[in-house]
Write a new protein. Structure first.
Length: 119
């Protein structure tokens, strides 16, 4: 059974830092790209950052230089370090695992964790 469990969200003032955690089941974590998405009220879910099994990373332009994604393969955990937070970072953040089977992508999602940044 695939499980993705996020933690680490909360309320922070602008300029502060938060670290998000996503504990994944080994079966989905070991062989697949992991990522963080976010969805603000009234907006579509968007990619924040992703990391491959070889730790190649990709970031949305809006978070480059402020957020860092990393993974610990021994703990089946992916992290999102968020620095210099801005009010526009306020959203529900979702952990994602993307699995490709015969060329088709299957997405798995956590339950989400709220991040609120006050000005």
């Amino acid at each position: 059974q695939v499980q993705l469990v996020e933690s680490g969200g909360g309320l922070m003032q602008a300029g502060g830092s938060l670290r998000l955690f996503c504990a994944a089941s080994a079966s989905i974590f070991r062989n697949n790209e992991m990522g963080w998405y976010r969805q603000a009220p009234g907006k579509q879910r968007e990619l924040v950052a992703s990391i491959t099994t070889r730790s190649s990373t990709n970031y949305a332009d809006s978070v480059k230089g402020r957020f860092t994604i990393s993974r610990d393969n021994a703990k089946n955990t992916v992290y999102l370090q968020m620095n210099s937070l801005k009010p526009e970072d306020t959203a529900v953040y979702y952990c994602n695992a993307g699995e490709y089977i015969y060329g088709k992508r299957y997405d798995y999602w956590g339950q989400g964790t709220q991040v609120t940044v006050s000005s």
